[in-house]
Design a protein around this ligand. Structure first.
Ligand SMILES: [Zn+2]
Ligand SMILES: [Zn+2]
Ligand SMILES: [Zn+2]
Length: 342
């Protein structure tokens, strides 16, 4: 795999790279003509890649040659901090072995780290305001700002750790080398499709999505809302849902079909045979569970609990249907702190 690290000044991306090299067998790939950010050629802003201590750093003339090299050796572990523009990033992101990770940290902390670095090099540390301006330029300057890169990262690490030991412990727990991040497994794939279906929900009470699968193929999808030709729930179609009463109140007067019901109706009993799996982002309610049992579903996978889980679980067990919870791995913003790793 090839891991790209991006992030602001003193966010800690080099520390992350160094950890990967020392602890997880990664090797460093670099670009010769480094596009590191400079403001008035201030010597304090020179790229700090040389702070990554490693015996082996491979340098390439162009992003293409770097990528070609990694393509032939994708089963080994490579890391680079040298991605500076969107065109290059797009090329990297096309490859199935590439993962972009951004590293960020509170600006006050980054300023302290930066000042420390300046002092070590016998340079005058900048005032906080000057540092903030550099950061604004680096991130948001039109056409060259790095915010467009960090925005595309699949994983966003928030490096608020107070020591290297804490950072290392958090990184160890996170295991960035996990190949699963490169490509979703089947559970993840279908559960994310169910979440996507949920986005289409028009029910005022709760967004739910469902996917029916047989032999790893989608048979149907469904989300909750009022039946066809009726006004959508969110346009006032179901008076019960729009009254905003607590969960379960007035259920018998609800006009909304559940995501599972819609998916089952869409597939039809003929197409649901032995071995079919129902993926739902919420654990099915009792009414849906009865229908799930009747059409011959073999397994139910859900990601979030609901207030009738126990009853549904008992019913499914009695009907000989497997039930398990699967929550997709966390992406997005992850705090690299000790408390998070416990
Ligand atoms: Zn509704
Ligand atoms: Zn309703
Ligand atoms: Zn239901």
């Amino acid at each position: 795999m090839l891991l790209g690290l991006c992030g602001g000044i003193c966010s800690g991306k080099h520390a992350v790279a160094e950890y990967l090299i020392k602890q997880q067998n990664f090797q460093l790939l670099e670009l010769k003509n480094n596009g590191s950010f400079r403001t008035d050629n201030d010597p304090r802003l020179r790229d700090q890649n040389d702070t990554i201590s490693t015996d082996l750093r491979l340098e390439f003339e162009t992003a293409e040659s770097l990528l070609d090299f990694a393509t032939k050796r994708w089963q080994e572990h490579w890391v680079t901090t040298h991605i500076w523009d969107v065109t290059t990033l797009d090329r990297f992101l096309q490859r199935p072995f590439f993962l972009l990770v951004s590293v960020d940290a509170p600006v006050s902390l980054r300023w302290k780290r930066f000042a420390e670095r300046c002092r070590k090099s016998q340079l005058d540390p900048p005032h906080l305001e000057e540092f903030v301006l550099w950061n604004d330029n680096q991130l948001y300057e039109k056409d060259v700002g790095r915010a467009v890169l960090t925005d595309r990262a699949q994983l966003r690490l928030f490096n608020s750790s107070s020591s290297l030991a804490e950072l290392h412990a958090a990184l160890k727990a996170l295991n960035l080398a996990d190949e699963q991040r490169l490509r979703p497994n089947w559970d993840q794939y279908f559960m994310e499709l169910a979440s996507l279906a949920a986005q289409r929900s028009n029910c005022m009470k709760r967004r739910v999505g469902c996917v029916l699968v047989r032999e790893r193929r989608v048979i149907s999808t469904g989300y909750n809302g009022t039946p066809r030709h009726l006004q959508n729930c969110n346009e006032g179609g179901c008076p019960r849902c729009n009254r905003g009463e607590g969960g379960g109140v007035g259920l018998s007067t609800c006009l909304c079909l559940h995501a599972e019901e819609n998916a089952l109706l869409e597939a039809g009993r003929e197409r649901i045979r032995e071995g079919s799996i129902l993926y739902c982002d919420t654990c099915p309610c009792l009414t849906c569970t009865v229908k799930i049992a009747q059409v011959g579903i073999s397994e139910v996978v859900y990601s979030q609990g609901y207030n009738m889980d126990k009853d549904s679980a008992a019913l499914l067990e009695a009907a000989g249907i497997r039930l398990r919870q699967f929550s997709p791995p966390r992406n997005g913003l992850i705090y690299l702190e000790e408390s998070e790793t416990r």
